[in-house]
Design a protein around this ligand. Structure first.
Ligand code: FMN
Length: 217
């Protein structure tokens, strides 16, 4: 077979793969400042908090995406502390953001989404159909490597703390979504191993859960 035909076949095979890296690497996304003094009251948001599993495919606007991430775990004080609490302020649970064009890591200090990998990885972000078409899937990743100094808790304690910290961020997202009329659901169902490999996570990094967000269908 001619080398040019082999190349065409290879290109064809790879273009069918949903996980293949796109030709254009994704660029950092600069996030906007969260709006102040807007939204429903806390009591209204609590009244309306719920899980939804029907999402429009429409991308989230930049203001909504920016506020969503800030609500989840943004910096809310001059000393760099966050909207969600963390054990010994280690801030070990990081947010990975799966968008249709690539996966990013939320850099709260830079108010930026830093590219991790290019391509559509939504098939690895869950097992329910809506995950594959929703515009945003958040993945909560604990980095146990942040516990390097002093007394290092046993792994089962670290997993427990990671789950609590994730739960705090998840509820922040739920309340923001209730306030803005967005749809969301927390999910324990994630293809943890495959997704960790695709994102190049280290042995210290542990996927806790995921959360799908979008406009209601
Ligand atoms: C730890 C945890 C894991 C969950 N995993 C999933 C999931 O994988 N898929 C899903 O559709 N919902 C998942 N849920 C959402 C629950 O089904 C939902 O919260 C529950 O039915 C109550 O509904 P509500 O959130 O509207 O009050 C999960 C909730 C929690 C707290």
């Amino acid at each position: 077979m001619k080398p040019s035909i082999c190349l065409l076949i290879l290109l064809g095979v790879f273009s069918l793969s949903p996980f293949v890296a796109g030709s254009q690497p994704v660029k950092p996304i600069q996030l906007e400042k969260p709006g102040e003094g807007k939204g429903k009251t806390l009591m209204q948001a609590l009244q309306e908090r719920k899980s939804s599993r029907e999402f429009s495919e429409r991308p989230l606007s930049l203001p909504h995406l920016s506020e969503l991430l800030w609500a989840a775990n943004g910096i809310n004080r001059a000393d760099g502390k966050r909207t969600a609490p963390s054990a010994v302020n280690k801030q070990m649970v990081e947010l990975y953001v799966v968008l249709p064009e690539g996966v990013y890591r939320y850099d709260a200090a830079a108010s930026q989404l830093a590219p991790v990998v290019t391509g559509d990885f939504r098939r690895l972000a869950g097992v329910q159909e809506f995950v594959y078409t929703a515009p945003v899937n958040l993945v909560f990743v604990a980095d146990f490597g942040k516990w390097k100094e002093g007394r290092i808790p046993p792994r089962e304690d670290l997993i427990g703390m990671a789950a609590i910290e994730t739960g705090c961020q998840v509820q922040n997202v739920y309340l923001y979504c209730a306030s803005e009329g967005l749809a969301t659901v927390i999910r324990a169902s994630v293809n943890k191993e495959e997704l960790a490999n695709a994102l190049g996570l280290t042995a210290d990094q542990y996927i806790v859960a995921a959360q799908t967000v979008g406009y209601p269908k």
